[in-house]
Design a protein around this ligand. Sequence first.
Ligand code: F6R
Length: 242
Amino acid sequence: MKVLICQNHAAAIERTAGLIVDHVARRPDAVLGLATGGTMLPLYERLATLYSEGEVSFANVTSFNLDEYVGIAPAHPASYHSYMKEVLFSHVDIGESRTHLPLGNSPDVQAEAERYEAAIAAAGGLSLQLLGIGQNGHIGFNEPTSSLGSRTRIKTLTESTRTANRQYFGPDETPPAYAITMGVGTILAARECLLLATGRAKAQAVAAMIEGPVSAVCPASALQLHPHATIVLDREASGDLR
Ligand code: F6R
């Protein structure tokens, strides 16, 4: 596990964007696993700028997002489909047919999860998986106690994750209770993993991920087992490391 501690938030974003640009430069047909959430917003904004400046092209890249809410249509404003379109896909040259997210409103979500896992394998597997981390140590929507060998499946979201996500739904809407998410095993099968964590609120989870025991209690700690995992932190997120 390589841990890069950056001076500040802007430097952490720049470093992570640089690592993604380098990966795509080395491998223009990269298969990128992508994450959503607040941490990724400035990163995707930076990647869009680098694209507009001619520093990177996503024309031959294929993407698979980590997760999507169950019961939410792709066109719903709080869906991860909408998020990705709004913050990245509509700003870069990736073809829509090359972008993939689980279909949260599929009539058979179990079959959809299996189809998604098979689609990743059919694309040759993920060359780089981008990750954020939840305050409880989740990656994707693999909440604490998720099996470290798990593959794409349906997960019940914890109350704390639902509370954190409430802001993205209308006052009359109930935030989804379930998501389709790549499993920890799916993530570990990526050839490279790149996790970005910023801000004081992530410090405890970051310390558990890097210095704690490898345990399903902190699913992100499974990255200790990955041969090519890079963790990019700002000073605040690194604050609880020994
Ligand atoms: C979402 C995902 C989640 C987030 C995590 C952190 O696709 O993978 O694991 O990365 O919940 O979210 P933020 O960045 O909003 O704190």
